[in-house]
Design a protein around this ligand. Structure first.
Ligand SMILES: NC(=O)c1ccc[n+]([C@@H]2O[C@H](COP(=O)([O-])OP(=O)(O)OC[C@H]3O[C@@H](n4cnc5c(N)ncnc54)[C@H](OP(=O)(O)O)[C@@H]3O)[C@@H](O)[C@H]2O)c1
Length: 330
């Protein structure tokens, strides 16, 4: 039996499709965990475009799901009720994933959806790791990015793109990343060649890759296929924004096979983050109660890294962010 303390929790829900104003904070009973489940107190939880698309109705794959609906698939937190077999003891620090409902103070989840949080991976990073990171690894695996490849990644300073670009580099690839002027320094610091998106991009890429491009991953969904064709990237080594959408929806399935795949990717990500094979910048860290502001920030489409919500933030979103300080100086 759960102790009284964990019988209810706070969740973010919505009763109808719409903009951020449909999001409501609710107190809900916490269901009793099954034998292979634990209760996790959420410390941090990422927000993703796909959550916003599902909420607004633009993404119709989940249109039949009943209301009220919850949101959020990534979280990091502390186990407060252990599973019967003791796979995760009370107090264990974990990173996990759920189909939906991570935007909450507690989640009840199967142990199969959890990995141990490496102590040196911060809570902010851990909470935003799953969907962006697993999507990045799936896309890199799909196009078989490896040593010696030259790969172009669009929106390379964003959440998915920045993980893809750094992991591709870690695998020994030469990486060209598309971004706006503001992100040139950031990508250069990572050893990624920045290239401005928009008119003339093909010529700019050719200048940076005179021996050709082996693979192209389009995160942003503008002219990617045409660009890949013009750069003679074979179709098997090109992934579109639509492919990425399909990957994300697969990573959100909760059948045992999908959960096992997602957790295996999360385990790889936790290890890569622990080894500093990539660094996930936190583009904005908002209190859970300020989720609407967090989505507004995400929808500006200029994140540098990942936007994450915290359930115990010690500072508020009003704090000047590192990216703003950098830009104010520029
Ligand atoms: N097809 C789908 O269903 C699907 C699913 C998920 C995400 N997406 C889309 O994928 C994109 C990136 O996703 P994410 O999660 O990585 O988002 P993100 O973190 O919000 O990515 C933002 C990045 O996009 C860059 N960007 C802005 N305008 C661009 C343009 N015209 N061309 C190339 N890059 C541009 C920005 O770079 P600068 O600040 O340097 O401009 C910024 O670093 C979003 O637009 C999102 O809507 C599509």
């Amino acid at each position: 039996m759960m102790t009284k303390k964990y019988q209810e929790t706070t969740v973010v829900e919505y009763e109808r499709n719409g903009d951020v104003d449909v999001l409501e904070r609710k107190t809900r009973p916490l269901r009793e965990p099954g034998a292979d489940e634990v209760v996790v107190e959420v410390i941090s939880t990422g927000i993703s475009h796909i959550d916003g698309f599902i909420r607004s109705g633009r993404e119709t794959a989940w249109a039949d799901e009943p209301f009220p609906r919850a949101s959020g698939s990534d979280f990091a937190g502390i186990v407060v009720v252990a599973d019967a077999a003791g796979r995760f003891r009370r107090g264990a620090e974990v990173i996990g994933h759920v189909r939906t409902g991570a935007h909450a103070r507690h989640v009840v989840v199967p142990t199969a959806a959890l990995v141990v949080k490496p102590p040196h991976v911060s809570w902010e990073v851990a909470g935003g790791l799953y969907l962006a990171g697993a999507t990045a690894l799936d896309m890199l695996d799909d196009v078989r990015v490896g040593a010696g490849d030259t790969v172009v990644i669009s929106a390379a300073a964003g959440a998915v793109g920045s993980i893809e670009a750094q992991v591709a580099k870690h695998r020994g690839a030469r990486v060209i990343g598309t971004c706006g002027d503001r992100n040139f320094d950031y990508l250069r610091q990572l050893g990624i060649k920045p290239v401005r998106y928009g008119e003339g991009i093909e010529e700019r890429i050719r200048e940076l890759a005179p021996d050709g491009v082996d693979a192209l991953i389009d995160n942003f969904g503008q002219d990617g296929r045409e660009l890949a064709e013009r750069l003679n990237v074979p179709p098997s080594r090109y992934r579109s924004s639509e492919d990425r959408r399909d990957t994300e929806l697969r990573l959100l399935q909760d059948d045992p096979e999908s959960v096992a795949h997602g957790t295996a990717q999360l385990q790889r990500l936790a290890q890569l983050a622990d080894e500093r094979a990539f660094t996930l910048l936190i583009s904005g860290f908002y209190p859970l109660d300020e989720i609407a502001y967090a989505y507004d920030d995400l929808q500006n489409l200029h994140s540098r890294g990942k936007i994450v919500l915290g359930t115990h933030p010690v500072t508020t979103y009003r704090t000047l962010k590192a990216r703003d300080v950098h830009e104010a100086r520029a």
